[in-house]
Design a protein around this ligand. Structure first.
Ligand code: FMN
Length: 424
């Protein structure tokens, strides 16, 4: 249930709709009266008002509660793959914990009755500053095995962009068809076969994806003890390879189509999976597309600067949620220097973001857009598209309410204020 309030104080109920997660001032199309601004934080009113009728939220609104429920719902192999990480998982723990040593100083007597969380990214105006990070097993996380499609539906419902991985359980084209007005980003794991790489990128462009994200830190898989102890690697069991198996170039490299000889197709995939890119490959990468090109996995300011000088459009500061290198520094602690080195180029950020407060801190520290990873998978596991929508709305509600209470009506003001390093 949505409650919109007229200027004269009258309450109106609207159906649950995309409008309830699209910020800024809304106009009632049937009325000339201006409505009060609709805010992401209004989600809490929905929850409290539903409670008056004895209806509690179907899923927890907090990250820890959500994770523990989802881990009970997921099969053990996915728990290990999704929750686990590299080495002793120090980096992924630090990613989350490091947000605690950054804080915001509240400002008072500022009018924050109206907040604006929109951002500009590559010429697009996005309704909120978050996006769903690319996740290769998103498809498997939904109970029906179509998590990529559920995530796309949630993107359409919320306006929050979805970055699809190269590793999908449904094709990038099918997911693109469900995104509605929400932009899709295509994340490329660059294969060792250049024509295959080109084909994947061309398909993404043709399907309407708006940004090409190239992940640099995963040309091979990091040392993941949980998965190793269970000999658990979904791709080798033929999962999430639909974008390859449906690709004309990939198919042309096989003696028999994947439908006839799936084991050989999986072997070919493993043979071609990851090209170890170097700076010398950047011009080639750049030549593949006219889409904005973003490099994911950049954590050092020198790499950020060099990438921008080489014609990259955006930097994606991330340590892959601690799944690749267990190098021990939290991603959020590396963000400020990457932002400083990136000049006007937008910096996308993820790794360790669990709450709306984390989103606000990352924005204050200069991220243009903030990626949600594992939490959306937990929503997928519990309730498909509705679960993802709930996670996204909860995170945005908390972010919006923090801005309201702390005296930051716009992201520009938030960023100007910055975050403060708290002594631990
Ligand atoms: C299960 C899982 C699969 C992932 N698959 C991909 C992928 O296919 N491509 C990619 O660029 N990043 C992938 N990532 C990394 C995410 O994009 C993101 O960087 C990470 O989830 C951020 O860490 P967090 O979820 O702990 O916040 C994956 C992450 C997880 C948890």
């Amino acid at each position: 249930m949505r409650v919109f309030k007229d200027e004269d104080g009258g309450l109106r109920n609207f159906g649950h709709s995309r409008a309830n997660v699209t910020p800024s001032v809304n106009e009632n199309p049937k009325s000339t009266k201006r409505l009060h601004p609709v805010h992401f934080g209004d989600y809490q009113n929905e929850i409290y008002l539903a409670g008056l009728h004895g209806v509690l939220p179907a899923l927890p609104v907090d990250a820890a509660g959500l994770e523990s429920r989802a881990l009970q719902a997921l099969p053990q192999s996915l728990v290990s793959y999704v929750q686990g990480g590299c080495g002793d998982e120090l980096t992924q723990r630090r990613n989350v914990e490091a947000f605690a040593h950054w804080g915001m100083i509240p400002r008072m007597l500022v009018d924050t009755t109206s907040r604006d969380l929109r951002i500009e990214l590559f010429g697009m105006t996005l309704p909120s500053p978050i996006f769903m990070s690319p996740v290769g097993v998103a498809g498997l996380c939904a109970q029906d095995g179509h998590g990529d499609l559920a995530a796309a539906r949630a993107a359409a419902a919320t306006g929050v962009p979805l970055a699809v991985s190269t590793l999908m359980n449904d094709s990038m084209e099918t997911a693109a068809g469900l995104l509605g007005e929400a932009p899709g980003f295509f994340q490329l794991y660059t294969p060792r076969h250049k024509e295959l790489a080109r084909s994947l990128v061309c398909r993404a462009e043709a399907a309407g994806y708006k940004v090409l994200v190239v992940t640099l830190d995963t040309w091979l898989t990091g040392w993941r003890p949980r998965d190793l102890n269970a000999s658990n690697f979904p791709q080798l069991r033929g999962h999430v390879l639909v974008n390859y198996f449906s690709d004309p170039v990939f198919r042309s490299l096989l003696a028999k189509p994947p439908e006839q000889d799936p084991a050989a197709a999986v072997r070919k995939w493993a043979e071609l999976f990851g090209m170890a890119l170097t700076w010398a490959d950047l011009p080639w990468l750049r030549s593949l597309t006219k889409l904005p090109l973003v490099l994911k996995g950049i954590c050092h300011p020198d790499d950020a600067r060099r990438a921008i000088d080489a014609g990259v459009d955006g930097i994606y500061c991330s340590n892959h949620g601690g799944r690749q290198a267990n190098s021990g520094i939290a991603a959020i602690d590396m963000l400020p220097s990457v932002v400083a080195a990136s000049g006007d180029a937008p910096v996308l950020f993820d790794s360790g973001v669990r709450t709306g407060t984390d989103v606000i801190k990352a924005l204050a520290m200069g991220a243009r857009a903030v990626g949600i990873g594992r939490p959306y998978l937990y929503g997928l596991a519990l309730a498909g598209a509705a679960g993802v929508e709930h996670v996204v709305r909860s995170i945005l509600a908390e972010a919006d309410l923090l801005m309201a209470v702390n005296g930051y009506p716009t992201i520009a003001q938030l960023r100007a204020a910055g975050a403060v390093r708290v002594a631990s």
